[in-house]
Design a protein around this ligand. Structure first.
Ligand code: FMN
Length: 332
């Protein structure tokens, strides 16, 4: 492996490449994670966020655990939980580990008001004491590595990532991920990777995963070199491009870029993605199709200047219609 591409170690677990799939609600289900893994280059993948509160109640527990649709063939994954109560979070951690999580990730970055206003997600960036209580409780509750996913801080006036990373290190987390934006930014503005560098310097004893705006092998290399982070987490650039991890791994290892997949190849992968999801999802078919539409649009299957695939995809209602649309493209 090239000098910038080292295995990622979290506690007793090691991933061959330090390239991570970011948790993305509505996207990082089993089917998509497996497609990314099969394309190569991926280290650790993360599930979408799961509510610790919802896991408390029998009536919502099974629907909530549906969000974590892990299957052994995809290898070990991280499951992300969110909440504001230490005991609830500890209990949620035990439940997701029982359901197969190899790593538990604590969400400290979700800025959506419904989450952050209740003191969970990015709300914890404003309450370091509670953040530490939660991490301590979760680390004590489970044997598997626990990680925390932060943002740079709540807003430009309060960069709390370094403070929280220190507390997290003292609690015994196995890694800290820094999405280099403030919570109030949502996804706007460019990520400022200096926040990652600061955390890397502040907690040299803990692997730091950098996140934010990595869209190419060049970006990944630059993030690793500039910030000194131990791993690179990729989110939006993997949507419709599950081969990005292979491209990054290949280019960082050999120095040579891999070509972009042709349209037929992209359609084949999109078809696989759809088939997997329909075969494995625990969602009702209607909801699964609705989610799939949004996921498949990212594969950009139209010819330049055309929108007929996009137009057809957004109208698809049944698995049969979806297969009829994708299959011919994948056979060109
Ligand atoms: C559709 C979508 C859903 C997301 N859901 C989550 C989530 O459940 N938990 C989380 O910590 N971050 C979530 N994020 C943020 C990503 O994990 C990541 O931090 C962010 O997209 C920045 O990385 P990127 O520039 O590589 O996309 C989500 C992002 C998107 C675009």
């Amino acid at each position: 492996m090239g000098p910038v591409l080292r295995p990622l170690r979290l506690g007793a677990l090691t991933w061959k490449t330090p390239l991570l799939l970011a948790p993305m609600a509505g996207h990082t289900n089993h089917a998509f994670r497996l497609v990314c893994r099969e394309q190569g280059g991926l280290g650790l993948a993360c599930s979408e966020l799961v509510s610790a509160r919802a896991l408390q109640f029998l009536s919502s527990r099974s629907r909530t655990l549906d969000l974590f649709d892990w299957r052994p063939e995809e290898g070990p994954v991280a499951v992300q939980i969110f909440g504001a109560e230490p005991e609830e979070m500890a209990d949620a951690a035990r439940k997701v580990v029982q359901a197969g999580a190899a790593v538990v990730d604590v969400n400290m970055g979700c800025w959506v008001p419904k989450v952050a206003r209740q003191g969970s997600g990015a709300g914890l960036l404003r309450d370091p004491e509670r953040a530490a209580e939660i991490l301590q409780a979760v680390v004590e509750a489970v044997e598997v590595p626990v990680t925390a996913k932060l943002r740079s801080g709540w807003d430009a006036g309060s960069d709390s990532a370094v403070e929280i990373a220190h507390l997290a290190a003292a609690c015994g987390v196995a890694a800290v991920t820094v999405h280099a934006r403030h919570a109030v930014q949502g996804f706007s503005g460019a990520a400022d990777w200096r926040a990652i560098t600061e955390v890397v310097r502040a907690v040299p004893e803990v692997p730091v995963i950098g996140n934010g705006d990595v869209t190419s092998p060049t970006d990944a290399r630059r993030m690793l070199v500039e910030t000194g982070c131990a791993g690179v987490m990729i989110g939006r650039a993997a949507l419709g491009s599950p081969w990005i991890f292979r491209q990054v791994e290949h280019e960082l290892r050999t120095g040579d870029p891999l070509p972009e997949p042709e349209r037929t190849e992209r359609a084949k992968v999109a078809l696989q993605h759809a088939q997997r999801l329909l075969a494995t999802t625990r969602m009702p078919a209607k909801r699964a199709i609705r989610e799939l539409r949004g996921q498949l649009l990212h594969y950009a299957l139209d010819l330049p200047g055309q929108t007929c695939m996009r137009d057809a995809l957004v109208r698809v209602d049944t698995p049969e219609e979806l297969m009829a649309l994708l299959t011919p493209l994948a056979q060109d």
